[in-house]
Write a protein that binds this ligand. Structure first.
Ligand code: BGC
Length: 743
């Protein structure tokens, strides 16, 4: 038996060896083809490959630029006939027939829109995230898009920043895992499959750390923090095979990413061995001028080229100046060759040389029932139950009032940055609830949009509430209040929404508030007022049915916060993986408890805000269920481990309530003493499991040296011996730690 097993294993190893040899050989053959092409290309043709232009349809000017070999890629052309016509010019009318690659922001769906990435992260369901990206690729490639500018894996700890919507939130590990899932989904099993799109890990790097949450702003990140918090999702993207990367707009320590040789070459290429392609962000090369980093466009082209930026997205710097920079000996032609090599490699990997055209079909594979089903599931799984005074799930009622500005706002529920969404294909909560309960529903918006301050409609909504047994108040933000360049300094509900909630509450009817938004908001007062609260990041095409599933109990909520909800805006940045101070919060005397005229003293002072204390409204990882879960104490397989060993941490989770439900079991580690102060804890793993009512499940997580590694005082990455705390819990605040020692 043992022999048979060995033989099988040998066969598998041999086969695996052959497979990897075969793919290595394929890569060698590709590199040879790239060499051959490079030998034949003129300098102008090489620089043309490095130029990415905005699509303008089949336009004479564009056609002649392509014909002259002046364009490598086009973004935002979406008509398959136009794409094929332009491609034909590149393939048949240029000297070397190098195909174009067509790109688009397909961030959280192409036509079938999934929740914004922050919402997908809130579902903590890696498989569903991968499926969503696969569906997006299936839809977008059908019109000829073979390159998406996603995933965005910028760790963001500042909800003022509008682009937190596009990220997977505040945590390094969650961004890494979700980003890798999206990459797998977009790129499929093989990039050369016409149904696969090249992914783009963006924005490299630290864009999410923009100061004061204002877009494009400078960042203040020491290299250690950069390496430990902001870069790991990008390293994970390299490991997941991301075909492309995009520069970020911000500077790090004064150096804009599009001119950052250390980041793009030393770290990305040399340390991580990345051989994909790096594109600038829109105009980010040119924008190094107002950044006060470059004197003019020529200087910008120079600095970007030597910093390893392969393609210039709509900056016109390369196409205008690279030739003379090479001729003047300022930029070596070998630098250009390297960039073109990366671009051609992408085109070979996409199979564009063999298969440059998109098949034009009569029926495009949009909104297929199976895709909508996945979208509905993700919408439901990403809903986070924050409070429930025995109101939810709604089971028996005679009349339900559906009110609020987000109840029937299809354009808003799709969320930010989805240019191809078609609101007419969205199912809103109001539609979904009417579909279920028809004449039991009374629907009055009260406010027509989230910023609406005209209170005249509120009276009608209140009348509707009075006539009902229960009120569903759909509040939140319009999609346009998040996304690029849409940052806010005040995170509270805009418009007259809070007043509307107060008026609804005054009816004495139970009020369920459903927040549909693009960011973590400050809803402290509203959570007090409402009887139940569901938090939903703009959940896409099927937001309505997904939320209805949760409200009426077909799906038991399992979403968990991917970012902390602050108690008040002034707490920001507030995140769970913070460092302790030398005086952690204790003995807090809050503003109203300070006696008038009290003397200043320096004793007992600890770290907190007088008006907010030291806790957020809800911590990272938080989310309730209709059932309850009991976590046993954590046990470790050993009290000590060595760097080459592992310990297993286990915990038994029992569903102690009445509903079968999913639970996101979270695994955190904290380093107690190190050569530099470490975060109090960091997420190192999670599992989303279905646990039936009454059932107990024992969950195990391996502790490995890699999880304990960090950037040490001497800037090397590795572990240090000492004590570590381990938690297995339902959120980042829960559970009692157990300790082990790394020898
Ligand atoms: C954004 C990128 C996006 C690009 C192309 C830029 O403004 O920062 O994330 O991919 O535009 O649309």
């Amino acid at each position: 038996m043992k022999n048979v097993l060995m033989k099988c294993l040998m066969a598998l190893w041999v086969a695996a060896g052959l497979v990897s040899c075969a793919s290595g050989a394929k890569e060698d053959a590709t590199e040879k083809k790239i060499d051959d092409l490079l030998r034949q290309m003129t300098l102008e043709e090489k620089i043309g490959q490095m130029n990415q232009l905005q699509g303008v349809g089949y336009n004479e000017d564009m056609v002649s630029q392509i014909r002259e070999g002046g364009v490598g890629s086009i973004l935002n052309d979406l008509n398959p006939d136009t794409i094929n016509m332009l491609q034909r010019v590149a393939v048949e009318e240029t000297r070397l027939g190098i195909p174009l690659v067509f790109a688009r922001d397909v961030i959280h769906g192409f036509k079938t829109i999934f929740p914004i990435p922050l919402g997908q992260a809130a579902g903590w369901n890696v498989d569903l995230v991968e499926q969503g990206a696969r569906i997006a690729a299936y839809e977008a490639t059908s019109v000829g898009i073979r390159w998406t500018f996603a995933p965005m894996i910028d760790v963001s700890r500042d909800p003022r920043w509008g682009r937190i919507a596009e990220s997977c939130g505040e945590d390094t590990y969650l961004n890494a895992v979700m980003g890798a899932a999206m990459i797998r989904g977009f790129q499929g099993e093989s990039l050369s499959d016409p149904r696969s799109m090249a992914a783009c890990a963006k924005h490299f790097a630290a864009y999410g750390a923009s100061e004061s949450g204002k877009d494009y702003n400078t960042t203040n990140i020491p290299e250690r923090l950069l390496r430990d918090v902001y870069l790991p999702p990008f390293k994970a993207a390299v490991d997941a095979g991301a075909a492309t990367f995009m520069c970020s707009f911000n500077d790090i320590d004064g150096v804009p990413s599009s001119g950052n040789k250390w980041l793009n070459i030393d770290v990305l290429r040399q340390e991580w061995g990345y051989d994909g392609m790096l594109v600038s962000d829109w105009g980010s090369i040119e924008q190094m001028i107002p950044h006060h980093f470059c004197s003019d466009l020529k200087d910008a082209a120079h600095k970007a080229a030597i910093a390893g930026v392969d393609m210039d997205m709509m900056g016109f710097a390369y196409i205008t100046h690279l030739k003379s920079l090479v001729e003047e000996g300022v930029v070596k032609e070998s630098v250009i060759d390297e960039a073109v090599r990366n671009i051609l490699r992408l085109k070979f990997r996409l199979g564009l040389f063999d298969n440059p055209y998109v098949a034009v079909v009569d029926t495009l594979p949009f909104y297929q029932p199976a895709s909508l089903e996945v979208a509905q599931r993700v919408a439901a799984e990403s809903a986070i139950l924050l409070k429930n005074n025995n109101v939810l799930p709604l089971k028996s009622f005679n009349r339900v009032a559906v009110v609020g500005p987000l109840a029937d706002a299809p354009k808003d529920q799709v969320g930010t940055w989805c240019f191809d969404a078609e609101p007419e294909h969205c199912v809103t909560p109001m539609q979904a609830i009417k579909e279920r309960y028809g004449n039991k529903v009374v629907a009055v918006p009260g406010l027509t949009y989230s910023r609406d301050t005209n209170k005249q409609g509120i009276a009608q909504a209140v009348a509707a509430a009075r006539s009902a047994d229960v009120v569903l108040f759909f509040a939140g933000e319009e999609s346009l209040l998040t996304g690029e360049a849409h940052c806010r300094a005040d995170l509270t509900l805009p418009g007259a929404q809070t007043e509307m909630l107060k008026a609804l509450k005054a009816t004495g009817k139970p009020v369920v508030m459903i927040v549909m938004t693009g960011r973590p908001m400050v809803i402290t007062e509203e959570v007090e007022l409402a009887d139940a609260v569901i938090y939903s990041f703009h959940a896409g095409t099927m937001a309505g049915p997904g939320l209805a599933d949760v409200i009426f109990g077909d799906v038991v909520p399992s979403g968990k916060l991917p970012a902390t909800l602050p108690l008040m805006t002034g707490q920001v940045p507030v995140y769970y993986a913070h460092k302790n101070t030398g005086r952690p919060a204790a003995d807090m005397i809050l503003i109203d408890d300070i006696p008038v005229g009290a003397a200043q003293s320096s004793l007992g002072f600890t770290s907190f805000h007088l008006d907010a204390g030291d806790s957020p409204l809800f911590p990272f990882g938080y989310g309730l269920s209709y059932t309850t879960f009991d976590y046993s104490p954590v046990t470790l397989s050993a009290a000590e481990m060595t760097v080459d060993g592992t310990i297993e941490a286990t915990c038994t989770i029992t569903n102690t309530g009445k509903y079968d439900a999913d639970e996101v079991i979270q695994f955190y580690i904290g380093d107690k003493v190190a050569s530099v102060a470490r975060p109090v804890k960091e997420l190192k793993g999670f599992k989303k499991l279905h646990i039936e009512s009454g059932e107990s499940v024992t969950v195990a997580f391996d502790i490995t040296a890699e999880q304990l590694a960090f950037t040490r005082l001497d800037m090397t990455r590795g572990t240090e011996p000492g004590e570590f705390d381990v938690w297995i819990a339902s959120d980042s605040r829960g559970g009692e730690p157990v300790t082990f020692v790394l020898k």
